[in-house]
Design a protein around this ligand. Sequence first.
Ligand code: SF4
Length: 698
Amino acid sequence: MKDQSFPEIRSTCPYCGVGCGVRLRADGNGGLDVRGDPDHPANFGKLCSKGSALGETVGLDGRLLSPRIHGRDASWDEALELVADRFRDTVARHGPDSVAFYVSGQLLTEDYYVANKLMKGYVGSANIDTNSRLCMASSVAGHKRAFGTDTVPGTYEDLEEADLVVLVGSNLAWCHPVLHQRILAAREARGTRLVVIDPRRTASCDGADMHLGLAAGSDAALFNGLLSAIDAAGAIDDDFSAHITGMQDAIAAAALDDDAATGLTRAQLDAFYKLWIGSRRVVTVYSQGVNQSTSGTDKVNAIVNCHLATGRIGLPGTGPFSVTGQPNAMGGREVGGLANTLACHLDLENPDHRAAVHQFWDSPVIADTPGKKAVDMFRAVGDGRIRALWIIHTNPAVTMPDADAVRDAIAGCDFVVVSDITAQTDTARLAHVLLPATAWGEKDGTVTNSDRTISRQRTALPAPGDTRPDWDIIAEIGRRMGHAAAFDYASPAEIFREYAALSGVAGTLGRDFDISGKAELGDSGYKTMAPFRWPFTQGRQGGRFFADGQFYHDGGKGRMIPVRHRAPGSTPTADTPFRLNTGRIRDQWHTMTRTALSPRLSAHLAEPYLEIHPTDAARLHISPADLVHLHSPHGRAILRARLTDAVQPGDVFAPMHWTGETAPAARIDALVAPLTDPVSGQPESKASVVSVARFDPA
Ligand code: SF4
């Protein structure tokens, strides 16, 4: 019998970008009972394995409960004064670009807003980037090229109203499980067709109508082939074309590509093209398999081009749909928490937008050039151009490509601050100052999920020890750096009201990210705020984007972008003949800080592994469960072999969750090449080259 004496609190899950609603009830012993929120529009009560196990992950084992300086406990006053002093001093001596913040899609919107304001408006640098750079930066860049803003046109209901759902580079069944369940339910109810495009045969292929196991990195060749087929079939939407520029150039570029580069048969290609063209309502969902590529932005635009050419956008059941990995990757985009963006979908490189934000903040300065994106940021840390670094709720010593070099760069940095819920991460161990933050369940604020629904995360447990919310820590540093009035926040509600008011400025500059109606919310209104999806302002009837032919580029037209297929940046050699694909597993999240606390989640796949095709394994004398040794030009790892024809010959796959703390020999991102997309700066985490050999400990 549940203890009903504690109130039930409505909040959201802290894992993936589906953003499921949860109902939390303290059990009186420091734990939480968790169930799906039947009224939340993302999940209507459903939860996946990770969300269901949340109650098992809120214990205080391993928590960082007080500030630390060089490993000793310290007072907040001493730690904050040291951080503010070192950042102020570094800026004074070496300029604003000598400091940086590296933040996370785990942050709440209010945390993100304050960090972004401090760096761009008060330090005067745009050196704030996020681990979301590793997740969806190519989608951001592709949206801006096509639409004029980073606007996701789709909604979850579109997935249920589509005739055809295409998953590209997205193992939705494991990485966004509740969304996948919604698609399967629609398939059952109305016969939605489902196609999976992925080099690997993943769990998402179960129940799909078609799996196209294309060659790694060949997505642009496939969607250029589709665009050529659309053109040849006379399936261009002539009425919608009046709202689009660049169509003929995009079609001409597509015609130069050969879809044979996909490695698919003519029959497979023609069947897919026929199904896509013959389905009026098509949603193309894409994720890290598209984004994490040296041609990620071009791949995004190759997909978007097909939707623009056929007018399959903005109408119910249609559109390209990038799903975000993290719980608040979208909120980070909305507050401008990337090195090349401004708050409320305004542009850092637009002087009018900069001036408007500068005036609104009444700040001493506004950053006027893009800051360093993640990979470049850690290069600058490594060569001493960045001398003071604040890392917030992320573990780059494990998760960045070329992770050993990143770990060494952090270790060599003059001054490193880490805010986290635990000191037991590879990155936290390198910090000079550790700041203890409140965790999910103890925090209060908002997040935005993949379909632009803004929801509240609410406090259900007291803050343990000396932990403090991130917005409070960051604002305190802002005050101690000399900006008392600008960072005089008493609550997340106050920050949200300021942010909502700034969105009204964005509205006057033609952005539909205008939630300024929420700026009037009192504390009680913020406390009870129900989930809502933007836009809800005039001119976007029903919250739909682009079906009216109105885009955000000058002149109001959307753009088709001419793109060409490019092979991945790393080329297999005789020494490194395999392509390494990395990704998530069903029951772990990121570097397992929270999910490893649940025995039932850890039981799913208990140790790191390498998927390798049986023919490759036979050639290398590798048997099931053998240990195998991987080398790349950047690092090495030892993993357990899993022989499976789910991967293609010549490809191998390894999960990315294990760390120096949990499996020191299996830090897979140490092998990943630090190659990035030239437009988005997103690293290519799915096509590095490695050697594989049976590991003989003797
Ligand atoms: Fe949490 Fe995502 Fe699972 Fe929903 S689908 S319960 S948001 S991990």
